[in-house]
Design a protein around this ligand. Structure first.
Ligand SMILES: Cc1ncc(COP(=O)(O)O)c(C=O)c1O
Length: 456
């Protein structure tokens, strides 16, 4: 039977996947032994229980990573094209990061007091993104949490608007989705039921829906990625969408935050700079500090004023906004961010990854066409992707409808068995800074061989 969405035979996909899963298991006996041991001390035998659900096969356990390559405990080596969900865009163990982190560690990693690197990092983030003031957390999730809280204080409103298909981390407000009837519901267990009243979800690229939602003037913040990069592959904005978003948020007194945790990889200042967007707040993290725990949120001077504490007559400080954490903005993460920003995420590095990303997307597209498959291959800077329909998607709902979980999981295990790793299923490959033409060749070879097998 040919699947409606993807144009490939369902039974063939299942048959190939079963064979590839068995081949993967045979090559990972030491990982299998470790997970058995680990089940006694961790739910599902992994540090984060959900990690197991990400794979149909057992997760492999890692011995080390260098450059673009991972080696697992069984001695298998992979070129990593998901680079740990973009947190390792700088590569594994790049020399400037190893040096900066080792030197800082030797001097002390955390003081609950600032180090000068925080000024250098803030200067550099401000130069890149064009917003002048910055604050730090230990993850992008927490940076989004704090951006939302300060937006509530700034506007005197409580609700947040996000777009269907988004992912902004594991904060309650962002763990909601639309059900089949278009109602907002919690996405995972443990999220309080009343969270759904605080988040409004509308389709990306739908200006009328956005206008209707904002005209009630009860939304503090629109939080979005400039291009949606999670859950549904790659969803790009229609011409004029961001201009309409800026106009409508300004007209209704709503703040606008761009989450560039993933999209910063397109170049210095991310898509905000590349597309000349005008945010009130910017959020980033992950590879900005080379994958060390790090989150940052930038803001206008006006918003920063809300955080400025003024002393009362007895030296007391009032009007605190709910932000902060003991190890946020610590010396080690700041040293890592300084080294990553100034020595690794350079104009040359971005140009290199963009060139490889274009090559990768072009090669994947050519192969799709040569095999006569009705798939679309989106491209954004260093990143390519795959959508199992011929046209690009315009909304999250279209993305979910085009998804094919079995096929996506086959792609991953097929590539893994040929030395190419993509941790997040369906995300699409990304070329990190140490990526080479030979790495792109390896991906394209694996991709081409899969399409051969699918269409044989
Ligand atoms: C756009 C975006 N924002 C925020 C996050 C959360 O990042 P973290 O897991 O580092 O908190 C992610 C993670 O994938 C993301 O893709």
């Amino acid at each position: 039977m040919t699947s409606f969405q993807s144009g490939v035979d369902r039974d063939r996909v299942r048959e190939l996947k079963n064979a590839e899963d068995a081949r993967f298991a045979a090559a990972h006996s030491k990982s299998a032994a470790l997970i058995e041991r680990a089940r006694a001390v961790m739910p599902n035998g992994v540090p984060m229980a959900w990690q197991v659900g990400s794979y149909h096969h057992l997760p492999m356990w890692i011995a080390e990573g260098r450059g673009t390559r991972l080696t697992d405990v069984d001695g298998n080596t992979y070129v990593d094209f998901n680079i740990a969900d973009l947190s390792m865009f700088c590569g594994y163990a790049p020399e400037p990061l190893v040096r900066a982190v080792s030197e800082q560690m030797a001097r002390g990693n955390q003081f609950l007091l600032p180090t000068e690197d925080a000024i250098v990092v803030s200067d550099e983030l401000g130069r890149r993104w064009g917003v002048p003031k910055w604050q730090y957390t230990s993850s992008a999730t927490h940076a989004n949490t704090e951006a939302i809280r300060v937006a509530r204080v700034a506007t005197g409103r409580e609700k947040v608007l996000m777009f269907e298909g988004k992912y902004h981390g594991h904060l309650d407000e962002a763990l909601v989705e639309l059900d089949a009837d278009g109602r907002v519901v919690t996405e995972e267990r443990g999220v309080p039921a009343d969270t759904v009243g605080g988040t409004v979800l509308v389709p990306f690229n739908d200006v009328s829906a956005l206008e209707r939602a904002l005209e009630r003037r009860d939304i503090a913040l629109v939080l979005t990625e400039p291009a949606i990069t999670n859950n549904i592959g790659l969803l790009l904005p229609d011409e004029g969408f961001h201009a309409a978003l800026r106009r409508l948020t300004s007209e209704t007194g709503t703040l606008l935050a761009y989450d560039e945790t993933h999209t910063h990889v397109v170049g210095a200042g991310g898509l905000v700079r590349q597309w000349a967007l005008e945010p009130d707040l910017v959020v980033t993290g992950k590879s900005i500090a080379g994958g060390l725990p790090f989150g940052a949120w930038g803001m206008t001077d006006e918003i920063a004023e809300i955080l400025v504490q003024r002393k009362g007559p007895d030296g007391e400080r009032a009007n605190l906004v709910a932000t902060g954490g003991t190890i946020f903005g610590n010396a080690l993460s700041m040293a890592a961010a300084r080294a990553a920003l100034l020595e690794i995420l350079t104009p040359e590095a971005y140009a290199h990854t963009q060139r490889l990303g274009a090559r990768l997307a072009g090669g994947m597209r050519a192969s799709v066409e040569a095999h006569g498959l009705p798939w679309h291959v989106p491209h954004l800077g260093p990143r390519a992707g795959y959508t199992f329909q011929p046209a690009p998607i315009h909304t999250g709902a279209e993305g979910f409808a085009a998804a094919d979980e079995l096929l996506t999981r086959l792609i991953r295990v097929w590539l893994a068995n040929r030395g190419v790793w993509e941790a997040i299923v369906g995300a699409g490959p990304v070329c990190g800074v140490p990526c080479s033409d030979a790495d792109v060749d390896a991906y394209l070879e694996g991709w081409d061989s899969l399409l051969d097998a699918l269409t044989a």
